[in-house]
Design a protein around this ligand. Structure first.
Ligand SMILES: [Zn+2]
Length: 492
């Protein structure tokens, strides 16, 4: 069982004329490698050799202020790959509905997908994950109806997945194939994906602009130590492919940081979860562009979000390219149909942007506040934890899973902080509490943010973060929203 990329004859795409970039202009390739759950700090401490190669040969910019915009993979992927907010968000008294309601149970609109944008711009495109569900398919979501790009690795994973549709018909074969790949050839899932990436880079001449997106979940999703063992691999990959990537933007990045494990019970772990890695290389011909260099250096230390990643990729595919990279001054993205929360970090990013403006929920905001630790015995903290436990039960009720998921009760409080958020007019200050607590019978540890307004609690975000692994506790449901919360009744 192997993969291959057979070069396709690219035909003009309908609608190309309006979005197309003239062939005489410089059209750099784009390669995005997403390492699921890798924080900015974990990249720096785990991949020193890779960083050295990227610095020496690619002159990369390490962005230290990328903020995740939601709890887990899919909503962050919606932000940086589709440019939309898929979660509910409360700002003051206003509830902002998801921009893609119930996205899991309908096919995604591929027109917003950044890969589609590059197809329209005349690029040859590729996408690959390290599992059969793909970015928007986990655990049982619809995803795209048709593949939105030219080359797609998903059929390979479906063929070797024991749980996939083919399992009954090909059960024996599948077991053999998996044995060959994992035991005899000693391949991890990232090997297969990276081989496909290399095949893609080698399949087309350097003159053809390429867009590729790969998403590696298995490396560090379940352990923060997972990156160490691929440092040499990626250092060698980037060294070996320097010439093929000389006309390419490279985004080496993550969706969010570590979402669970011991590290998440402390302050540093919380910061790391909110601060995914983002390392960007610009193509060699553009490294001499003083305006671009100045902008990137400045923005590396500013707050940017996953929505900005989308706008930046859009900028590469259209606006910046249409000026032939001669004008990278700030522009009004709202005039191009973008929300004011997002901008391109190829251009100056406003220092004064707040998490509120950028639609980053308070719970994940990287900005320092006056947040203080308070006693876990504080009566208000106890009430807040009880309120959040009730919210977990409400989520179970709303998903119709009460009959299969056990009732949850508050066991103890792990950590609590409080913060006074000043309103613009100074009159309606709100008191916020971030509470980390454990519930029974699952021993699940959750973290949530509540506001106390006029003696009432409310939760501005639609979700609580589960910060320890739930394993097979929720085997009785396939509902992605409920899986971190549900402890199946048959286990009680
Ligand atoms: Zn993720």
């Amino acid at each position: 069982m192997h993969t291959q990329i057979i070069p396709q004859k690219l035909t003009p795409v309908p609608g190309l004329s309006s979005d197309a970039i003239q062939l005489s202009l410089y059209r750099p390739s784009v390669m995005i490698i997403v390492i699921d759950s890798a924080s900015s700090s974990s990249f720096l401490r785990s991949m020193p050799r890779t960083l050295q190669v990227l610095t020496d040969l690619y002159g990369v910019t390490v962005f230290r202020g990328l903020n995740k915009v939601a709890d887990n993979s899919a909503p962050n992927a919606h932000a940086f790959l589709n440019g939309v907010r898929s979660d509910k968000l409360m700002i003051d008294d206003y509830v902002l509905k998801p921009e893609v309601p119930d996205w899991c149970h309908r096919y995604l609109n591929a027109s917003k997908f950044i890969g589609t944008q590059f197809v329209k711009a005349g690029y040859v495109t590729m996408m690959a994950d390290d599992g059969p569900k793909a970015i928007f398919g986990w655990p049982n979501c619809y995803g795209f109806k048709q593949k939105p790009i030219h080359h797609y690795l998903r059929p390979y994973h479906i063929r070797i997945d024991p749980d996939s549709m083919s399992s009954e018909e090909f059960a024996e074969d599948t077991a053999d194939l998996l044995f060959q790949i994992r035991e005899q050839q000693c391949k991890e899932t990232y090997d297969v994906v990276m081989e496909y990436q290399k095949q893609f880079l080698n399949a087309y001449p350097a003159s053809v602009p390429k867009f590729s997106l790969i998403w590696l979940t298995a490396l560090t999703h379940d352990t923060i130590n997972g990156l160490f063992h691929v440092d040499d691999y990626f250092a060698e990959f980037f060294r070996q492919y320097q010439s093929q990537l000389s006309n390419s933007f490279v985004f080496f990045m993550a969706d969010h940081g570590p979402r669970w494990g011991d590290i998440r019970e402390g302050y540093v772990g919380r910061l790391e979860d909110n601060n995914p890695m983002l390392v960007v290389a610009v193509p060699e011909p553009l490294r001499k562009n003083k305006q671009l260099k100045a902008n990137m250096n400045m923005n590396a230390n500013r707050l940017v979000s996953q929505y900005d990643v989308y706008t930046t990729l859009f900028d590469i595919s259209t606006v910046a390219a249409q000026s032939n990279w001669t004008d990278l001054s700030a522009i009004d993205w709202t005039s191009k149909g973008f929300h004011k929360r997002q901008t391109s970090f190829l251009r100056p990013v406003d220092l004064t942007r707040s998490c509120r403006l950028m639609q980053i929920p308070e719970l994940y905001c990287l900005c320092e506040s006056d947040e203080k630790y308070i006693s876990t015995d504080d009566p208000t903290v106890l009430s807040a934890a009880q309120y959040l436990t009730n919210q977990l039960m409400k989520q179970i009720d709303e998903s119709g899973a009460r009959t299969i998921c056990a009732d949850l009760s508050l066991v103890n409080i792990v950590m609590a902080t409080t913060n006074i958020v000043r309103s613009f007019n100074g009159e309606q200050n709100r008191v916020e509490y971030v509470v980390m607590f454990m519930v029974a019978p699952s021993k699940g540890i959750f973290q949530g943010l509540v506001e106390l307004v006029n003696g009432q609690f409310r939760m501005p975000s639609s979700r609580l973060s589960r910060i320890n692994a739930y394993g097979t506790d929720s085997h009785c449901t396939q509902d992605a929203l409920i899986m971190p919360v549900c402890y199946c009744r048959d286990l009680v």
